[in-house]
Write a protein that binds this ligand. Sequence first.
Ligand code: ARG
Length: 459
Amino acid sequence: MAQLWGGRFTKETDKLVYNFNASISFDRKFYEQDIRGSKAHVAMLAKQGILTEEERQKITAGLDGILADVEAGKLEITSEYEDIHSFVEANLIERIGDAGKKLHTGRSRNDQVALDMKLYVRDEIDEIDGELKKLLMALQAIMEEHIHTYMPGFTHLQKAQPVTLAHHVGAYFEMFRRDRSRLFDIRRRMNTCPLGAGALAGTTYPLDRAYTAELLGFDEPTRNSMDSVSDRDYVIELLSALSTVMMHLSRFSEEIIIWNSNEYRFVEIDDAYSTGSSIMPQKKNPDIAELVRGKTGRVYGALTSILTTMKGLPLAYNKDMQEDKELTFDAIDTVKGCLALFTGMVSTMQFRKENMEASAKNGFTNATDAADYLVNHGVPFRDAHGIVGQLVLTCIEKGISLDELPLEEYKAVSPVFEEDIYEAISMRTCVEKRITYGAPGPDVMEQVIAANKEYLENN
Ligand code: ARG
């Protein structure tokens, strides 16, 4: 049990208490960030004349050695230390002697952990952003290929009007693009350096906080030391943004599960991304999509948990805040894993174009267009709606689509119909006529795809 604070205590900590209090089992994850922060801190201390240049060099070399040994697997981060900060400091002193004892000058674990967590979150935001970009590129590739792949668009999960696969996938492109922009906002807002806030009230040493901030890539130091050590807003914002990413992934997963079902057969998930059944030989299950949908719950859970942890905390630091880590780490790893797998799954998935188009036709998705045909020939829309409703009923009785209904049947309900009705209600026409910006019509779709391309090139 290696502790940094034994001085005022006369008794050993109870073993259970020690274990309950310790955070090494999870804060070991940010050993690199902890060392990076310490190096910046000593560089600043030396610049301010609080440490000598020789001490700075010794400490920095010692810290570099610890980092290298941990990464090479030569130095293990064990539960013999209370937390990652104690681990690094104890190892430093062991390596370089007394100079190591000066590392913590003008610093508290409160501002140290606030810094480590920010550095970690910031690094992970960049990684998640990279995964989101890969997903967007996969979606863009599908969109480019499927401008003329017709499928039913749904409302209430009932076939509504024809769209294209490019258009449907384009909706998800927008969602994941917003997710990136949310992460960007969070990163910008959180990019202030808490180091130098001390335990809560700053320090008596002449620290140059702006210098440390700059060394660590922050825009500026935080403005209030009490807020610095007790702010976890950025964790909450991150978990909220990650919950939204998961919500998007989960909705898309749900659609893929439906599309992959025996009834729909719009897609075929690649063998590499499906699993079988131990008893039913015919089965090929969309487990990856189901797991992504399922894991959404634990990310929402992390958000609810941290919001609840923070709600009653008085200023400034309280140990409750140690609870910010495990769930955040888990949520980050979950999201990164889900994004990577999901990207792999969608980019290897086969789209069954014929089934999609047949489904659009069989679902009367062109009924609105048949009514529009009448309107274009002078029939008031409300009458046209009724006429086409009658035709749909006839088709249902006969078990056929509007495309298959003979012209006599059309004419029997309204003499306005001519042979060109079939062209007017073809999937191609229905989609091509949807020319408003943002609609599935091929010209406007091309414009959006070009805009997406430019966005991906510049962001
Ligand atoms: N393990 C602690 C945390 O995660 C580090 C800060 C401890 N500070 C303290 N005064 N006990 O929040």
